[in-house]
Design a protein around this ligand. Structure first.
Ligand code: BGP
Length: 468
């Protein structure tokens, strides 16, 4: 497959603070929602993860060497404000100065996310994104970061994946606070995060901070399991609930009628009411014109049919292929087609879904400006054999998704870059350490890094693209 991406296309690598840094109990860091859940479950520890807190210089050196032009890092809110609000922790502030300085030194541009799943514990306990207190606190924390790091950071991301946290926290129960099957809470959490995003974007623009700002959404395509009319409408429900609802908030600044039709129907069936204030709508409307870019995370698509009955979800967090079940009363059921490949964690590999999603965004949201694919990659049980990691399936996966992006660029969609998930192997929230995604293998015992075959392939592609 020959790739022919634009010369200025950004080849990035993605990380998230809680998944790479480790050192969760040092230098004054406050607790986060995940600390409590992981300790209670006793399945995995977030320490030392990839020990990025101490080894970031090595990872950035490797990034430089292997043609990684940019890195997604996130700031752990609880390193800066251990309680989420109030007192500032100078050691946390200093750590991110050092990390950002090292990125700049290695010529690896930092794209900095302010919230990547790790709400400080006191704010989580008082309701997390369901509480307006979290929105107020997030605004203050964001402003602190803009003022502190704004002369070095030019790309800001407010929140990572409002939809997946809401879904995992309140529907699947796999993220803290582990609530199951409460769809109205999930919808409220999505709305509140979009309001938080909007308020921070408005602040960023109105106070004249330099640089660009956006949000990262996971956007997966929903297809009918077959052409039956009821399956088409189930696919529409999935798309509206998990994509369109938040994209309307982002780019239209209000929820359109076709969106509300589906959302209200789902709320009715689940005895839910959405709390939307006029201040929320004002913030959304104002921010809609300010978003500089959309970060799009894409891993898989879904083939669905309607489901009416007892909700049941089994999250495959073990890599035992064929164990995932997703049946949501009044919304949909996910089906699997043996002709379409999927990973050991039952993630359906479908690059066309990325192209279709990009096209849908361009057609529905004409004011979108620019898109970066901010996460895409293959979770795989990599093995070291004779000191090498031959991860051809990952190379194939990434090449196919880059080809889908290239096709989108050819039809005029402004996709400016691609961040592989992930830069190095790291801790996976609900899967632990055997689901590896990195360009660089991490031996979690010794913390040794081994560039995989995909890293060499990536280097060549990144270098050739720049010479075109
Ligand atoms: C995205 C998250 C990442 C990462 C990735 C892979 O939704 O933004 O933080 O974890 O998914 O997911 P997983 O680790 O569950 O395989």
């Amino acid at each position: 497959m020959s790739l022919n991406l634009p010369k200025e296309f950004v080849f990035g690598g993605a990380t998230a603070a809680y998944q790479v840094e480790g050192s969760t109990k040092v230098d004054g860091k406050g607790q986060v929602c995940w600390d409590v859940l992981l300790e209670k479950d006793g399945r995995f520890s977030p320490d030392p993860a990839s020990d990025f807190y101490n080894r970031y210089a090595e990872d950035l050196q490797l990034s430089h060497e292997f043609g990684v032009d940019a890195i997604r890092i996130s700031i752990a809110w609880s390193r800066i404000f251990p309680d989420g609000t109030g007192e500032i922790n100078p050691k946390g502030v200093e750590f991110y100065h050092h990390l950002i300085d090292e990125c700049l030194k290695q010529g690896v541009e930092p794209y900095v996310t302010l919230h990547h799943f790790d709400t400080p514990l006191p704010l989580h306990t008082s309701g997390d994104w369901l509480s307006r207190k979290t929105i107020d606190a997030f605004e203050k924390y964001a402003e602190f970061c803009f003022a502190e790091y704004g002369n070095k950071v030019k790309k800001w991301i407010t929140i990572n994946e409002p939809g997946s946290t809401a879904q995992a926290a309140y529907i699947m129960g796999s993220f803290p606070p582990s609530i199951k099957y409460d769809i109205p809470k999930a919808i409220q959490a999505m709305h509140n995060q979009m309001v938080a995003h909007a308020r921070v974007v408005n602040l960023f623009k109105e106070k004249g901070y330099n640089g660009e700002i956006g949000v990262v959404h996971i956007l997966e395509s929903y297809y009918p399991a077959d052409d039956a009319v009821e399956n088409v409408s189930a696919a529409n429900r999935g798309n509206v609930l998990l994509n369109q609802f938040m994209l309307d908030a982002l780019y239209k600044g209000y929820y359109d009628n076709d969106t509300l039709l589906v959302i209200n129907d789902i709320l009715d069936k689940n005895d839910g009411v959405l709390d939307i204030s006029s201040e929320d709508l004002n913030a959304l409307a104002k921010a809609a014109k300010y978003n500089d870019f959309l970060g799009l995370n894409y891993y898989q698509s879904h083939f669905v049919k309607p489901f009416e009955g007892e909700t049941f979800i089994h999250h495959n967090g073990t890599g035992d292929k064929g164990t995932a079940v997703f049946r949501l009363n009044g919304v949909l059921e996910k089906t699997y087609n043996s002709a379409i490949p999927r990973t050991d964690w039952d993630w359906v590999i479908y690059p066309k879904g990325l192209y279709d999603m990009l096209l849908y965004i361009k057609n529905r949201y004409e004011n979108y400006k620019a898109i970066y694919v901010t996460e895409n990659g293959l979770g795989y049980k990599d093995e070291v054999i004779d000191g090498k990691v031959e991860d051809q399936p990952r190379i194939d996966y990434v090449a196919q998704h880059l080809a889908a992006i290239q096709k989108a660029i050819e039809v005029g969609i402004n996709v400016k870059g691609y961040f592989i998930w992930s830069l190095q192997d790291m801790f996976s929230w609900t899967n632990g350490y055997n689901k590896r995604y990195g360009l660089f293998y991490v031996d979690f015992e010794t913390q040794e890094r081994i560039p995989k075959a995909s890293a060499s392939w990536w280097k060549e592609l990144s270098e050739v693209t720049k010479k075109l």
